[in-house]
Design a protein around this ligand. Structure first.
Ligand code: ATR
Length: 281
């Protein structure tokens, strides 16, 4: 561990609960690697204490925060500025304290996209199928609508939620998202639901009969990283699709957040270094 001294700057993640977070491990690893004098801890903040926690950030001169569930919306009320892209994404997962001025960002979707790019995949000219319309889906749908996708379809168990999200993206970016499958094949399929993760380990995110096109040439992404291979990803792998789990997104959002906290650019190989040295992947 690098030396913690009077100059050490404090970073942290707030959430409720937050003890399962991998962010402290990842950020402290990067700081140590880079020789940056920061320390990053996990701070459990009860929902009724979010406002006080943000006041505490100012009072204690904490350099930056990551924000996880359920506080990604609530924190927006108490910070000074929300970056335009985070405003579009509708939530904040990163707060940077610049001389007492708190700016909110959302690095989730950018992290997701960084992970795709690291694996040689882009959205450009692709037919993309997103399964799910929960909190994790909105930033992703907004971002993909800005990446020259040929088409985006959102499929959700509760169709109205998919429609509400499609309406939202149309509103902010003018991009038309479909809420039913109209094509026989999609290039990229993304699971954003919690089906496949405990306690739903034995669940698929949708009726898999509809996804018979999955096979070679299709890229299938699951936002879930625990387990490393959900039933959905296994289905895709066994049919010859390229598969990616949510670990890349986790690493990607951390890298983008770290760069914002420290106003630096990390080297391109940091993604793979974190994957292998922090996550053993
Ligand atoms: P959030 O807190 O991110 O908004 P959520 O409300 O739990 O998360 O929703 C996560 C997503 O997973 C939703 O799209 C949800 O579908 P519904 O909108 O129909 O609730 C989806 N989801 C969760 N479990 C599922 C399952 N077993 N099958 C299909 N979709 C599921």
């Amino acid at each position: 561990m690098f030396e913690i001294n009077g100059h050490t700057k404090q970073l942290a993640i707030i959430g409720w609960p937050v003890d399962h977070s991998f962010s402290p491990k990842m950020h402290n690893f990067i700081s140590e690697r880079m020789g940056n004098n920061y320390v990053y801890t996990a701070l459990p903040v009860e929902p009724q204490n979010v406002k006080a926690a943000i006041e505490g950030v100012r009072a204690l001169n904490i350099a930056g925060l990551n924000v996880t569930a359920p506080h990604k919306f609530e924190v927006m009320k108490y910070i000074d500025e929300i970056a335009p892209q985070a405003q579009k994404y509708g939530s904040v997962n990163t707060i940077v304290n610049r001389n007492g001025h708190l700016t909110g960002y959302n690095t989730d979707a950018d992290g997701f996209y960084l992970s795709l790019e690291r694996n040689g995949i882009t959205a450009e000219n692709k037919d993309i199928l997103i399964i799910g319309a929960g909190g994790a889906t909105k930033p992703l749908a907004v971002l993909l609508s800005e990446k020259n996708a040929k088409s985006i379809t959102i499929l959700n168990r509760t169709r109205e939620k998919a429609q509400a999200l499609a309406d939202y993206v149309k509103d902010v970016n003018g991009f038309e998202i479909a809420t039913e499958m109209k094509l026989s094949k999609y290039d990229i399929v993304i699971n954003t639901t919690s089906a496949g993760m405990a306690p739903q380990l034995d669940k698929y995110p949708t009726d898999m009969d509809k996804l018979g096109f999955i096979g070679e040439g299709v890229c299938v992404v699951d936002m879930i990283y625990n387990p490393a291979e959900t039933l959905f990803l296994r289905f895709a792998r066994e049919r010859g699709a390229k598969t990616l789990n949510g670990l890349g997104m986790l690493i990607g959002q951390g890298i983008v957040a770290y760069e914002l906290f420290t106003d630096t650019k990390l080297s391109d190989d940091m993604f793979d270094v974190i994957a292998s040295e922090v996550f053993g992947a």
